[in-house]
Design a protein around this ligand. Structure first.
Ligand code: ADP
Ligand code: MG
Length: 264
């Protein structure tokens, strides 16, 4: 075991057994006859430094799952623990602080601030967390994302793939325990998607970050260590060491055997 592995191992032990733990998580929208049961009881444990993809058809609850796991939404029932802290019991201000200090986020739509430079966008989470913007950390995050030459430009001048790499650099700059990504390559073509997925893969392997990524793309999902299949608000299946072919085959098999048929 080299020094880096030892460091990562130490970091993992220090932070407890698992990075993310969901127990009986339910999320219902509305009530009565019109209630939508977006999550119907999710149980899940994600180890530190793991890269998990969550896939499933449109409306299966992927975004709801991600928002609940990341403390952006409160489940109707069950518990969500991140690094041992139960998010469902935290007050709103503590939850906001925890998100800023320990979590990172990437969304399909990049969500960069157009009036700030690339460098200022990447430095933003440090400023929001009340720290001064550490230029060395910012430069490192930019260099890792292959954006060193673009630090002073506005995001609007960059390609979609480059903009999403800025968003990933911004998500990683504080050294978060967990990064949550919702369809981060949904707006990108296959070639530029690979650059973004490579950064997430490196975050898990090289930095010990736990990565949770929602995607409908079997190729994107195959970058993960494990793929979870959501169907109608439940975890219907999982696949270790995925390949695009195996993810696609499992997706097709689940589509052919719906858990519930729509009410006639
Ligand atoms: P996915 O990301 O897999 O497409 P979502 O988590 O967005 O699925 O949605 C799961 C279910 O919950 C869908 O039936 C959707 O219409 C419903 N839903 C999601 N958000 C809301 C909301 N804010 N209000 C009411 N229903 C919602
Ligand atoms: Mg979604």
């Amino acid at each position: 075991m080299d020094q880096r592995d030892e460091d990562l191992d130490g970091r993992r032990q220090e932070r407890g057994a698992c990075a993310v733990e969901l127990r009986g998580v339910r999320r219902q929208y509305g009530g009565g006859a019109g209630a939508v049961h977006a999550l119907r009881g999710i149980d899940l444990v994600l180890p530190h430094g793991s890269f998990t993809a969550v896939t499933g058809p449109s409306g299966s609850g992927k975004s709801t799952f991600l928002r609940c796991a990341a403390g952006l939404d409160r489940p109707t029932g069950g518990t969500v623990r991140v690094g041992g802290t139960d998010l469902t019991r935290l007050r709103a201000d503590r939850l906001t602080a925890l998100r800023r200090e320990r979590l990172g986020f990437v969304f399909q739509a990049f969500n960069l601030l157009p009036s700030l430079t690339v460098e200022q966008n990447v430095a933003l989470p440090m400023r929001l967390a009340g720290r001064c913007a550490d230029r060395r950390r910012t430069a490192e995050a930019l260099a890792r994302a292959g954006l060193g030459a673009h630090a002073g430009r506005r995001p609007g001048r960059l390609s979609g793939g480059q903009q999403q790499r800025v968003a990933v650099a911004r998500a990683l700059v504080t050294g978060p325990d967990v990064v949550f990504a919702d369809e981060p390559t949904g707006a990108l073509d296959t070639g530029t998607a690979a650059g973004v997925l490579g950064l997430l893969r490196h975050a898990a392997d090289g930095l010990g970050t736990t990565v949770v990524m929602v995607t409908r793309d079997p190729v994107a999902a195959s970058w993960a260590d494990r793929v979870l299949f959501l169907a109608d608000g439940t975890l219907a299946d999982s696949l270790e060491r995925p390949t695009p072919e195996r993810v696609a085959a499992r997706t097709a098999a689940l589509a052919g055997h719906p858990r519930r048929t729509a009410a006639a």
